[in-house]
Design a protein around this ligand. Structure first.
Ligand SMILES: [Zn+2]
Length: 179
């Protein structure tokens, strides 16, 4: 079974969310894994942070996982779709595993909402653990940083995959009611 570690980068006010996540994470992961009939292997870290931390840590984890040299700070293309509205969370591939980032502030201390976000992001974690998904994500990242070319068709396919993953993640959010 994957061990989930939880910590925070921001002030003590985020501590209740951290403790809540640490308490429910094993069950949340099991519920999501059962629903998707797939188990995550490797390290799964959950970090409670802010918007800046999500962008910075998520980008760094993905860069390191995809072996993008640190000098290439800026993506040359930004085709990856991101949901509109407040950034509640993000799941990134990381060296040796996956990194789930939870944005504490937009939850306003609502721990039930934190549970829903955690379930949503754990769906993305399982999606990134499916056979071939990590390799595909690394190829996509390397294309985004301009290291390898990406055809328009491949770009459109990647966008469609992002949309499909989002639909699946939203559809499974009600699993949070079981936690
Ligand atoms: Zn999502």
């Amino acid at each position: 079974m994957t061990e989930v570690t939880t910590y925070r980068t921001r002030p003590i006010s985020d501590q209740p969310a951290v403790e809540h996540i640490a308490r429910i994470a094993p069950d949340a992961l099991a519920v999501v894994e059962d629903a998707l009939n797939h188990r995550i292997k490797g390290v799964l870290s959950v970090v409670v942070t802010d918007t800046f931390g999500i962008v910075r840590m998520g980008t760094r984890a993905e860069r390191e996982a995809a072996h993008v040299v640190p000098t290439l700070w800026r993506r040359l293309t930004t085709h990856a779709r991101r949901p509109v509205g407040p950034l509640y969370g993000r799941t990134a591939i990381a060296p040796g595993g996956l990194l789930v980032l939870i944005n504490a502030r937009p939850h306003h201390g609502d721990l039930a909402a934190v549970t829903t976000t955690l379930v949503h992001e754990f769906v993305h974690a399982v999606q990134l653990s499916r056979p071939g998904a990590r390799t595909k994500r690394i190829a996509q990242l390397r294309a985004e940083y301009g290291l390898v070319p990406m055809s328009r068709a491949a770009r459109r396919a990647a966008d469609r995959a992002v949309d499909r993953d989002e639909v699946e993640a939203y559809a499974l959010e009600p699993l949070a009611d079981r936690l």
